[in-house]
Design a protein around this ligand. Structure first.
Ligand SMILES: [Zn+2]
Length: 350
């Protein structure tokens, strides 16, 4: 059976962190007295299947022609699971990730293969924008080590060696798992635009009709920092706003935030997508800014903007066949040289 190069993962379907919240231990009662006999009647597979099924939470909201679906589910297990058919590899995320990401010497500690956020049209579900972990990890550079211009740094060297030793590899790859993934677009016309998301509109105090957030992957970089990819969504009476955030912190060395924002007016058949890269050496941050490094929700407001690219996603008036938008860039975003630099003073809080 194939296994991916993973570590520290339980051999059962672990619950996601989100799922673990709110779960309280069962109180002893008559039905748990015979727990030993009960457990004996179930084999390990039954227990795992049950855990996987109970971990899944799907939230769905429809409003003004738009459908929003958020799925939170279990972590990627470390062992193959093919259900009743051992030859059915399509049902096994371990095989899927092992095959699709075979060039990557290691994968993040925690991957949530079923976690997705999908925004689609009620009248044509093939028109959609979605976010998922596999699509994001496909864009991680599997050939080159991260070339961050931080100069000689004991911390950086220690972090790199820690990752190499942990994963028993000297094969260069981007062990920060930096990804420029900006969502999977189907059935919409994608055009670059100079139009930014109007953050003033987002500042308006509107009631939130639907809110959801989920994690796609996370890794602690061999205890030298954190790399995570999260998604959140809020729907207001007249608009919706989604944010996918890649957050990287290499302790004492580097902080990076890559955001993909989607903003749509519910009455329109168009979504504005704003992708931005912010990063800084830790040494270049002020003492106050360094205090924010552990909090991605604050950190992004003080990191200098290195690049911004905006797209307009338009729903064609006539139904079209599904097509996938090519990723923005497969280049590793380690380049510290400013390209399309814009002021981030106009960017409001997410
Ligand atoms: Zn498998």
């Amino acid at each position: 059976m194939a296994t991916t190069a993973r570590r520290h993962l339980p051999t059962y379907c672990a619950l996601s962190r989100d799922q673990l919240h709110g779960i309280t231990p069962p109180r002893p009662n008559a039905s748990t007295v015979d727990v030993g006999a009960f457990a004996a009647r179930r084999n390990a597979n039954d227990v795992m299947d049950s855990a996987c099924k109970s971990a899944r939470v799907e939230e769905r909201f429809e409003f003004d022609g738009w459908r929003f679906v958020a799925v939170r589910d279990h972590i990627l297990p470390s062992l193959c699971r093919h259900g009743d058919d051992p030859n059915d590899r399509s049902a096994c995320h371990v095989c899927e990730y092992g095959t699709e990401l075979k060039e990557l010497p290691s994968l993040p500690e925690m991957i949530f293969p079923n976690n997705t956020l999908t925004i689609s049209r009620c009248d044509d579900p093939s028109v959609s924008v979605s976010f998922d972990a596999l699509s994001a990890l496909r864009l991680v550079d599997a050939k080159h080590a991260p070339e961050v211009k931080v100069g000689p740094s004991d911390s950086w060297t220690a972090a790199r060696k820690g990752m190499d030793a942990l994963n028993n590899t000297l094969h260069p790859y981007d062990w920060t798992y930096t990804t420029n993934y900006n969502g999977s677009v189907h059935g919409m016309t994608v055009a670059e635009t100079s139009e930014r998301i109007d953050m003033e509109k987002l500042k308006r105090r509107e009631p939130i009709q639907f809110y959801s957030q989920l994690t796609l992957f996370e890794d602690e970089l061999a205890d030298h920092g954190c790399a995570s990819l999260t998604v959140r969504l809020r729907v207001m009476p007249t608009s919706f706003f989604a944010l996918q955030r890649f957050y990287l912190r290499v302790d004492d060395v580097l902080a990076r935030v890559i955001d993909t924002r989607l903003y749509g007016e519910l009455s329109e058949r168009r979504i504005t997508r704003e992708w931005s890269l912010r990063e800084s050496r830790i040494a270049d941050l002020s003492p106050h800014e360094r205090e924010l490094v552990l909090d991605p929700n604050m950190l992004w407001t003080v990191l200098p903007v290195k690049q911004v690219v905006c797209h307009s996603l338009t729903i064609p008036s006539s139904p079209t066949s599904s097509s996938s938008h090519p990723p923005l860039s497969q280049q590793p975003s380690d380049n510290l040289s400013p390209q399309v630099v814009t002021s981030h003073s106009s960017l409001a809080s997410s």
